[in-house]
Design a binder for this molecule. Structure first.
Ligand code: TRP
Length: 457
Protein backbone atom coordinates (compact mmCIF):
# COMPACT_ATOMS: atom_id res chain seq x y z
CA UNK A 1 0.00 0.00 0.00
CA UNK A 2 0.95 3.63 0.09
CA UNK A 3 4.10 5.21 1.41
CA UNK A 4 2.22 6.43 4.44
CA UNK A 5 1.95 2.90 5.66
CA UNK A 6 5.69 2.71 5.89
CA UNK A 7 6.06 5.97 7.75
CA UNK A 8 3.05 6.19 9.98
CA UNK A 9 3.43 3.53 12.58
CA UNK A 10 0.67 1.00 12.27
CA UNK A 11 -0.78 1.64 15.67
CA UNK A 12 0.39 -1.24 17.75
CA UNK A 13 -2.81 -1.01 19.76
CA UNK A 14 -5.84 1.07 20.56
CA UNK A 15 -4.03 3.10 23.19
CA UNK A 16 -1.25 4.11 20.82
CA UNK A 17 -3.84 5.34 18.36
CA UNK A 18 -5.74 7.30 21.01
CA UNK A 19 -2.51 8.93 22.13
CA UNK A 20 -1.42 9.84 18.62
CA UNK A 21 -4.83 11.20 17.68
CA UNK A 22 -5.07 13.06 20.98
CA UNK A 23 -1.56 14.38 20.36
CA UNK A 24 -2.75 15.79 17.04
CA UNK A 25 -5.94 17.16 18.56
CA UNK A 26 -4.48 18.73 21.68
CA UNK A 27 -2.30 21.65 20.74
CA UNK A 28 -2.26 25.39 20.42
CA UNK A 29 -5.96 25.20 19.62
CA UNK A 30 -6.72 24.19 23.19
CA UNK A 31 -4.29 26.25 25.19
CA UNK A 32 -3.71 29.30 23.03
CA UNK A 33 -6.73 29.71 20.77
CA UNK A 34 -9.68 28.47 22.79
CA UNK A 35 -9.11 30.81 25.76
CA UNK A 36 -8.61 33.89 23.59
CA UNK A 37 -11.57 33.32 21.30
CA UNK A 38 -13.71 32.55 24.35
CA UNK A 39 -12.50 35.86 25.77
CA UNK A 40 -13.31 37.69 22.57
CA UNK A 41 -16.75 36.13 22.33
CA UNK A 42 -17.98 36.86 25.80
CA UNK A 43 -17.36 33.58 27.69
CA UNK A 44 -20.13 31.26 28.91
CA UNK A 45 -22.57 31.36 26.01
CA UNK A 46 -19.71 30.74 23.61
CA UNK A 47 -18.49 27.79 25.70
CA UNK A 48 -21.95 26.28 25.64
CA UNK A 49 -22.23 26.56 21.86
CA UNK A 50 -18.74 25.13 21.54
CA UNK A 51 -19.60 22.11 23.73
CA UNK A 52 -22.76 21.60 21.74
CA UNK A 53 -20.81 21.70 18.46
CA UNK A 54 -18.26 19.18 19.75
CA UNK A 55 -20.99 16.74 20.80
CA UNK A 56 -23.44 17.15 17.93
CA UNK A 57 -21.15 17.92 15.02
CA UNK A 58 -17.53 17.22 15.98
CA UNK A 59 -17.86 13.66 17.28
CA UNK A 60 -20.04 12.41 14.38
CA UNK A 61 -17.70 13.99 11.81
CA UNK A 62 -14.69 12.47 13.56
CA UNK A 63 -16.38 9.07 13.43
CA UNK A 64 -17.07 9.62 9.71
CA UNK A 65 -13.46 10.57 9.00
CA UNK A 66 -11.92 7.68 10.88
CA UNK A 67 -14.40 5.38 9.18
CA UNK A 68 -13.33 6.69 5.76
CA UNK A 69 -9.67 6.17 6.58
CA UNK A 70 -10.20 2.70 7.98
CA UNK A 71 -12.42 1.67 5.14
CA UNK A 72 -10.26 3.19 2.37
CA UNK A 73 -6.95 2.32 4.05
CA UNK A 74 -5.23 5.07 2.05
CA UNK A 75 -4.14 8.71 2.39
CA UNK A 76 -7.02 11.23 2.60
CA UNK A 77 -7.65 12.05 -1.03
CA UNK A 78 -7.24 8.49 -2.25
CA UNK A 79 -9.22 6.99 0.63
CA UNK A 80 -12.20 9.17 -0.24
CA UNK A 81 -11.80 8.39 -3.97
CA UNK A 82 -11.57 4.67 -3.22
CA UNK A 83 -14.72 4.64 -1.10
CA UNK A 84 -16.55 6.77 -3.70
CA UNK A 85 -15.61 4.26 -6.38
CA UNK A 86 -16.96 1.43 -4.30
CA UNK A 87 -20.40 3.04 -4.30
CA UNK A 88 -20.15 4.29 -7.90
CA UNK A 89 -20.22 7.87 -6.68
CA UNK A 90 -18.55 10.77 -8.47
CA UNK A 91 -14.77 10.93 -8.49
CA UNK A 92 -15.08 14.57 -7.54
CA UNK A 93 -15.58 13.52 -3.91
CA UNK A 94 -11.83 13.23 -3.65
CA UNK A 95 -11.74 17.03 -3.49
CA UNK A 96 -13.27 16.76 -0.04
CA UNK A 97 -10.05 14.98 0.93
CA UNK A 98 -7.91 17.45 -1.01
CA UNK A 99 -9.50 20.40 0.75
CA UNK A 100 -8.34 18.94 4.02
CA UNK A 101 -4.75 18.74 2.84
CA UNK A 102 -4.87 22.40 1.74
CA UNK A 103 -6.50 23.48 5.00
CA UNK A 104 -3.85 21.62 7.01
CA UNK A 105 -1.08 23.31 5.05
CA UNK A 106 -2.49 26.79 5.55
CA UNK A 107 -3.06 26.12 9.25
CA UNK A 108 0.54 25.05 9.74
CA UNK A 109 1.80 28.27 8.13
CA UNK A 110 0.50 30.27 11.10
CA UNK A 111 0.66 27.45 13.65
CA UNK A 112 4.44 27.36 13.30
CA UNK A 113 4.67 31.08 14.04
CA UNK A 114 2.69 30.79 17.28
CA UNK A 115 4.63 27.68 18.28
CA UNK A 116 7.69 29.87 17.70
CA UNK A 117 6.39 32.36 20.30
CA UNK A 118 6.13 29.49 22.75
CA UNK A 119 9.75 28.54 21.98
CA UNK A 120 10.87 32.10 22.66
CA UNK A 121 8.96 32.03 25.94
CA UNK A 122 10.84 28.95 27.11
CA UNK A 123 14.05 30.98 27.08
CA UNK A 124 12.47 34.10 28.52
CA UNK A 125 10.88 32.23 31.41
CA UNK A 126 13.99 30.17 32.08
CA UNK A 127 16.08 33.35 32.01
CA UNK A 128 13.98 34.77 34.83
CA UNK A 129 12.65 37.63 32.76
CA UNK A 130 9.22 37.40 34.31
CA UNK A 131 10.31 37.16 37.95
CA UNK A 132 8.20 39.73 39.82
CA UNK A 133 7.40 41.46 36.54
CA UNK A 134 4.31 43.64 36.34
CA UNK A 135 1.49 43.11 33.86
CA UNK A 136 2.74 46.11 31.86
CA UNK A 137 6.30 44.81 31.68
CA UNK A 138 5.04 41.45 30.48
CA UNK A 139 2.85 43.02 27.85
CA UNK A 140 5.76 45.13 26.69
CA UNK A 141 8.05 42.17 26.29
CA UNK A 142 5.36 40.29 24.34
CA UNK A 143 4.93 43.26 22.03
CA UNK A 144 8.65 43.40 21.55
CA UNK A 145 8.73 39.78 20.49
CA UNK A 146 5.89 39.99 18.00
CA UNK A 147 7.13 43.20 16.43
CA UNK A 148 10.58 41.83 15.72
CA UNK A 149 10.69 40.16 12.29
CA UNK A 150 14.13 38.71 13.04
CA UNK A 151 13.00 36.89 16.21
CA UNK A 152 9.79 35.68 14.63
CA UNK A 153 11.49 34.43 11.48
CA UNK A 154 14.20 32.77 13.57
CA UNK A 155 11.78 30.92 15.85
CA UNK A 156 9.40 29.97 13.06
CA UNK A 157 12.28 28.61 10.99
CA UNK A 158 13.45 26.60 13.98
CA UNK A 159 9.97 25.12 14.44
CA UNK A 160 9.56 24.30 10.75
CA UNK A 161 13.01 22.78 10.44
CA UNK A 162 12.51 20.35 13.30
CA UNK A 163 9.01 19.50 12.09
CA UNK A 164 10.27 18.78 8.57
CA UNK A 165 13.32 16.93 9.90
CA UNK A 166 11.27 14.54 12.03
CA UNK A 167 8.82 13.88 9.19
CA UNK A 168 11.72 13.39 6.76
CA UNK A 169 13.08 10.63 8.98
CA UNK A 170 9.84 8.73 8.80
CA UNK A 171 8.81 9.64 12.37
CA UNK A 172 6.49 7.89 14.78
CA UNK A 173 8.77 5.85 16.99
CA UNK A 174 10.19 8.97 18.55
CA UNK A 175 6.90 10.78 18.26
CA UNK A 176 4.83 8.06 19.82
CA UNK A 177 7.19 7.85 22.78
CA UNK A 178 7.25 11.60 23.09
CA UNK A 179 3.47 11.83 23.10
CA UNK A 180 3.21 9.04 25.64
CA UNK A 181 5.11 11.07 28.24
CA UNK A 182 4.39 14.61 27.20
CA UNK A 183 0.60 14.41 27.07
CA UNK A 184 0.05 13.16 30.63
CA UNK A 185 2.75 15.51 31.90
CA UNK A 186 1.10 18.44 30.18
CA UNK A 187 -2.22 17.51 31.74
CA UNK A 188 -0.70 17.37 35.22
CA UNK A 189 1.00 20.73 34.73
CA UNK A 190 -2.18 22.35 33.58
CA UNK A 191 -3.83 21.04 36.73
CA UNK A 192 -1.04 22.54 38.83
CA UNK A 193 -1.38 25.90 37.13
CA UNK A 194 -5.17 25.83 37.40
CA UNK A 195 -4.71 25.03 41.09
CA UNK A 196 -2.42 28.01 41.48
CA UNK A 197 -4.85 30.25 39.62
CA UNK A 198 -7.70 29.04 41.78
CA UNK A 199 -5.91 30.04 44.94
CA UNK A 200 -4.25 33.27 43.84
CA UNK A 201 -6.44 34.57 41.05
CA UNK A 202 -10.08 35.48 40.87
CA UNK A 203 -11.38 31.96 40.42
CA UNK A 204 -15.04 32.66 41.03
CA UNK A 205 -15.21 35.41 38.46
CA UNK A 206 -13.44 33.15 35.98
CA UNK A 207 -15.88 30.31 36.63
CA UNK A 208 -18.87 32.57 36.16
CA UNK A 209 -17.29 34.06 33.02
CA UNK A 210 -16.82 30.59 31.55
CA UNK A 211 -19.92 28.81 32.78
CA UNK A 212 -22.68 31.35 33.33
CA UNK A 213 -23.94 31.95 29.81
CA UNK A 214 -25.03 35.42 28.82
CA UNK A 215 -26.73 34.92 25.50
CA UNK A 216 -26.94 38.61 24.78
CA UNK A 217 -23.22 38.43 24.06
CA UNK A 218 -23.66 35.78 21.42
CA UNK A 219 -23.62 36.83 17.77
CA UNK A 220 -23.88 34.70 14.66
CA UNK A 221 -20.15 35.25 14.24
CA UNK A 222 -19.55 33.73 17.67
CA UNK A 223 -21.60 30.70 16.63
CA UNK A 224 -19.54 30.29 13.48
CA UNK A 225 -16.38 30.78 15.50
CA UNK A 226 -17.48 28.04 17.93
CA UNK A 227 -18.41 25.72 15.07
CA UNK A 228 -15.15 26.36 13.22
CA UNK A 229 -13.15 25.92 16.40
CA UNK A 230 -14.77 22.59 17.18
CA UNK A 231 -13.41 21.36 13.83
CA UNK A 232 -10.03 22.98 14.41
CA UNK A 233 -9.51 21.64 17.91
CA UNK A 234 -10.49 18.07 17.00
CA UNK A 235 -8.23 18.27 13.92
CA UNK A 236 -11.17 17.53 11.66
CA UNK A 237 -11.46 18.27 7.95
CA UNK A 238 -7.70 18.59 7.74
CA UNK A 239 -6.82 15.13 6.53
CA UNK A 240 -5.27 13.77 9.67
CA UNK A 241 -8.14 11.76 11.12
CA UNK A 242 -8.67 10.00 7.79
CA UNK A 243 -4.95 9.30 7.65
CA UNK A 244 -4.72 8.06 11.23
CA UNK A 245 -7.89 6.02 10.74
CA UNK A 246 -6.15 4.16 7.94
CA UNK A 247 -3.83 2.61 10.53
CA UNK A 248 -6.47 1.66 13.02
CA UNK A 249 -6.16 -1.93 14.20
CA UNK A 250 -9.13 -3.99 13.01
CA UNK A 251 -10.72 -4.64 16.36
CA UNK A 252 -10.74 -1.03 17.57
CA UNK A 253 -14.06 0.73 18.14
CA UNK A 254 -14.20 3.90 16.09
CA UNK A 255 -17.03 5.32 18.17
CA UNK A 256 -15.52 4.77 21.60
CA UNK A 257 -12.09 6.06 20.65
CA UNK A 258 -13.57 9.14 18.97
CA UNK A 259 -15.55 9.96 22.08
CA UNK A 260 -12.47 9.56 24.26
CA UNK A 261 -10.38 11.81 22.04
CA UNK A 262 -13.07 14.47 22.04
CA UNK A 263 -13.41 14.30 25.84
CA UNK A 264 -9.66 14.54 26.42
CA UNK A 265 -9.41 17.46 24.02
CA UNK A 266 -12.30 19.32 25.61
CA UNK A 267 -10.95 18.75 29.13
CA UNK A 268 -7.62 20.27 28.18
CA UNK A 269 -9.34 23.29 26.63
CA UNK A 270 -11.57 23.90 29.67
CA UNK A 271 -8.67 23.40 32.02
CA UNK A 272 -6.63 25.92 30.05
CA UNK A 273 -9.50 28.38 30.49
CA UNK A 274 -9.58 27.69 34.23
CA UNK A 275 -5.83 28.23 34.43
CA UNK A 276 -5.87 31.50 32.52
CA UNK A 277 -9.00 33.48 33.36
CA UNK A 278 -8.53 33.65 37.15
CA UNK A 279 -5.20 35.36 36.44
CA UNK A 280 -6.80 37.64 33.87
CA UNK A 281 -9.53 38.77 36.25
CA UNK A 282 -7.36 38.75 39.36
CA UNK A 283 -5.01 41.24 37.68
CA UNK A 284 -7.56 43.38 35.93
CA UNK A 285 -6.43 42.24 32.48
CA UNK A 286 -8.63 42.18 29.39
CA UNK A 287 -10.20 38.77 28.57
CA UNK A 288 -10.57 39.98 24.98
CA UNK A 289 -6.85 40.63 24.52
CA UNK A 290 -6.76 38.38 21.43
CA UNK A 291 -3.95 36.10 20.29
CA UNK A 292 -1.53 37.45 22.89
CA UNK A 293 -3.75 36.42 25.80
CA UNK A 294 -1.82 33.48 27.27
CA UNK A 295 1.51 35.12 26.60
CA UNK A 296 0.49 38.15 28.61
CA UNK A 297 -1.24 36.38 31.48
CA UNK A 298 0.51 33.16 32.43
CA UNK A 299 3.96 34.78 32.83
CA UNK A 300 2.40 37.00 35.48
CA UNK A 301 1.47 33.95 37.51
CA UNK A 302 4.83 32.31 36.89
CA UNK A 303 6.61 35.47 37.94
CA UNK A 304 4.89 35.43 41.30
CA UNK A 305 4.38 31.83 42.30
CA UNK A 306 7.02 29.97 44.28
CA UNK A 307 9.08 27.92 41.82
CA UNK A 308 7.34 29.75 39.01
CA UNK A 309 10.47 30.13 36.96
CA UNK A 310 10.80 26.38 36.79
CA UNK A 311 7.11 25.55 36.35
CA UNK A 312 6.77 28.30 33.76
CA UNK A 313 9.68 26.97 31.76
CA UNK A 314 8.31 23.46 31.87
CA UNK A 315 4.88 24.78 30.91
CA UNK A 316 6.17 26.43 27.74
CA UNK A 317 8.20 23.31 26.94
CA UNK A 318 4.96 21.34 27.21
CA UNK A 319 3.16 23.86 25.01
CA UNK A 320 5.85 23.49 22.37
CA UNK A 321 5.57 19.72 22.54
CA UNK A 322 1.79 19.85 22.28
CA UNK A 323 2.16 22.14 19.26
CA UNK A 324 4.87 19.94 17.84
CA UNK A 325 2.83 16.72 17.93
CA UNK A 326 0.15 18.64 16.03
CA UNK A 327 2.60 20.25 13.59
CA UNK A 328 3.95 16.88 12.53
CA UNK A 329 0.45 15.61 11.84
CA UNK A 330 -0.32 18.83 9.96
CA UNK A 331 2.67 18.60 7.62
CA UNK A 332 2.30 14.87 6.99
CA UNK A 333 -0.63 15.03 4.56
CA UNK A 334 1.20 17.37 2.20
CA UNK A 335 4.37 15.29 2.44
CA UNK A 336 2.43 12.09 1.76
CA UNK A 337 0.77 13.75 -1.22
CA UNK A 338 4.10 14.84 -2.73
CA UNK A 339 5.44 11.31 -2.34
CA UNK A 340 2.39 9.56 -3.76
CA UNK A 341 1.50 11.92 -6.53
CA UNK A 342 4.71 13.63 -7.51
CA UNK A 343 7.15 10.82 -6.85
CA UNK A 344 9.27 12.81 -4.36
CA UNK A 345 11.53 10.99 -1.95
CA UNK A 346 10.40 11.47 1.66
CA UNK A 347 13.34 13.73 2.45
CA UNK A 348 12.75 15.88 -0.64
CA UNK A 349 9.03 16.05 0.08
CA UNK A 350 9.60 17.20 3.66
CA UNK A 351 12.16 19.81 2.54
CA UNK A 352 9.94 21.09 -0.25
CA UNK A 353 6.84 21.23 1.90
CA UNK A 354 8.79 22.89 4.71
CA UNK A 355 10.23 25.51 2.35
CA UNK A 356 6.75 26.35 1.04
CA UNK A 357 5.48 26.66 4.60
CA UNK A 358 8.37 28.93 5.50
CA UNK A 359 7.44 31.30 2.68
CA UNK A 360 3.76 31.22 3.63
CA UNK A 361 4.59 31.81 7.28
CA UNK A 362 6.02 35.21 6.33
CA UNK A 363 2.45 36.36 5.73
CA UNK A 364 1.61 35.72 9.37
CA UNK A 365 4.90 37.05 10.68
CA UNK A 366 4.52 40.37 8.93
CA UNK A 367 0.89 40.56 9.99
CA UNK A 368 2.08 40.64 13.59
CA UNK A 369 4.95 43.03 13.02
CA UNK A 370 2.37 45.38 11.53
CA UNK A 371 3.90 45.66 8.05
CA UNK A 372 1.72 47.79 5.80
CA UNK A 373 1.61 45.26 3.02
CA UNK A 374 0.28 42.60 5.40
CA UNK A 375 -2.78 44.71 6.17
CA UNK A 376 -5.68 43.87 3.91
CA UNK A 377 -9.30 44.75 3.56
CA UNK A 378 -11.66 41.84 3.05
CA UNK A 379 -15.38 42.48 2.64
CA UNK A 380 -14.81 45.96 4.00
CA UNK A 381 -13.25 44.62 7.20
CA UNK A 382 -9.68 45.69 7.96
CA UNK A 383 -7.60 42.68 8.84
CA UNK A 384 -4.22 41.18 8.05
CA UNK A 385 -2.99 38.01 6.43
CA UNK A 386 -3.03 36.14 9.72
CA UNK A 387 -6.69 37.09 10.13
CA UNK A 388 -7.42 35.96 6.58
CA UNK A 389 -5.66 32.61 6.99
CA UNK A 390 -7.26 31.95 10.34
CA UNK A 391 -10.76 32.82 9.13
CA UNK A 392 -10.35 31.06 5.80
CA UNK A 393 -9.30 27.81 7.47
CA UNK A 394 -11.31 27.69 10.70
CA UNK A 395 -14.43 29.45 9.52
CA UNK A 396 -14.64 28.38 5.89
CA UNK A 397 -12.54 25.39 4.84
CA UNK A 398 -12.97 23.28 7.98
CA UNK A 399 -16.77 23.61 8.30
CA UNK A 400 -17.15 23.12 4.56
CA UNK A 401 -14.86 20.07 4.58
CA UNK A 402 -16.74 18.66 7.57
CA UNK A 403 -20.03 19.24 5.79
CA UNK A 404 -18.84 17.33 2.71
CA UNK A 405 -17.51 14.44 4.78
CA UNK A 406 -20.75 14.20 6.75
CA UNK A 407 -22.80 14.19 3.53
CA UNK A 408 -20.49 11.66 1.93
CA UNK A 409 -20.59 9.18 4.80
CA UNK A 410 -24.24 9.90 5.58
CA UNK A 411 -25.61 9.65 2.03
CA UNK A 412 -23.11 7.86 -0.19
CA UNK A 413 -21.78 5.09 2.02
CA UNK A 414 -24.16 2.17 2.33
CA UNK A 415 -25.71 2.16 5.78
CA UNK A 416 -25.25 -1.57 6.29
CA UNK A 417 -21.52 -1.18 5.71
CA UNK A 418 -21.33 1.68 8.19
CA UNK A 419 -23.39 -0.29 10.70
CA UNK A 420 -21.10 -3.32 10.32
CA UNK A 421 -18.11 -1.20 11.18
CA UNK A 422 -19.55 0.92 13.98
CA UNK A 423 -21.24 -2.01 15.78
CA UNK A 424 -23.68 0.17 17.70
CA UNK A 425 -27.08 -0.59 19.13
CA UNK A 426 -29.70 0.27 16.56
CA UNK A 427 -30.92 3.36 18.42
CA UNK A 428 -27.42 4.81 18.82
CA UNK A 429 -26.60 4.00 15.23
CA UNK A 430 -29.71 5.75 13.96
CA UNK A 431 -28.85 8.82 16.04
CA UNK A 432 -25.39 8.85 14.57
CA UNK A 433 -26.72 8.56 11.02
CA UNK A 434 -29.30 11.28 11.57
CA UNK A 435 -26.59 13.58 12.92
CA UNK A 436 -24.41 12.96 9.87
CA UNK A 437 -27.15 13.01 7.28
CA UNK A 438 -29.20 15.94 8.44
CA UNK A 439 -28.01 17.73 11.55
CA UNK A 440 -24.38 18.51 10.65
CA UNK A 441 -25.15 19.62 7.09
CA UNK A 442 -28.07 21.71 8.31
CA UNK A 443 -26.13 23.42 11.08
CA UNK A 444 -23.17 24.28 8.84
CA UNK A 445 -25.48 25.37 6.06
CA UNK A 446 -27.62 27.62 8.23
CA UNK A 447 -24.62 29.26 9.85
CA UNK A 448 -23.14 29.99 6.42
CA UNK A 449 -26.44 31.31 5.19
CA UNK A 450 -26.79 33.68 8.10
CA UNK A 451 -23.31 34.90 7.48
CA UNK A 452 -23.81 35.65 3.87
CA UNK A 453 -26.74 37.76 4.98
CA UNK A 454 -29.33 35.90 2.90
CA UNK A 455 -31.05 34.95 6.07
CA UNK A 456 -31.47 37.51 8.80
CA UNK A 457 -32.58 37.17 12.38
N1 TRP B 1 -6.15 20.35 16.64
C1 TRP B 1 -5.00 21.16 16.60
C2 TRP B 1 -4.98 22.07 17.81
O1 TRP B 1 -5.96 22.20 18.49
C3 TRP B 1 -4.89 21.97 15.33
C4 TRP B 1 -5.17 21.19 14.09
C5 TRP B 1 -6.14 21.44 13.17
C6 TRP B 1 -4.48 20.04 13.64
N2 TRP B 1 -6.09 20.53 12.19
C7 TRP B 1 -5.09 19.65 12.44
C8 TRP B 1 -3.43 19.31 14.16
C9 TRP B 1 -4.63 18.54 11.75
C10 TRP B 1 -2.99 18.19 13.48
C11 TRP B 1 -3.57 17.81 12.28
O2 TRP B 1 -4.00 22.70 18.10
Amino acid sequence: MSEINKTHAQWSNRFAYILAATGAAVGLGNIWKFPYIMGENGGGAFVLVYLFCIAIVGIPVMIAEVYLGKSGRLSPMRAVAEVAKRYSASKAWKFAGAMGVVAGYLILSFYAVIAGWACAYILETAGGQFEQASAEQIKLSFNQLISSPASLIGWTSFMLIITAAVVAKGLQDGLEKCVRYMMPAMFVLLLVIAGYSASYGDFSQAVSFMFAPDFSKLTIHSVLEALGHSFFTLSLASGVMIMYGAYLPDNTSIVKTSIWIAIADTMVALLAGLAIFPIVFGNGLEPSAGPGLIFETLPLAFGQMPGGQFIGTVFFVMLVFAAFTSAIALIESSVAWLIEKKGFSRVAAAAFSGAGLWLLSLLTIFSFTGADWATVNVFSVDTNFFGVLDTLTSNVLLPLGGLLIAIFVGWVVKQEDLADELKLSSATFSTCVVLLKYVTPLIVFIVFLYLTGIFKF
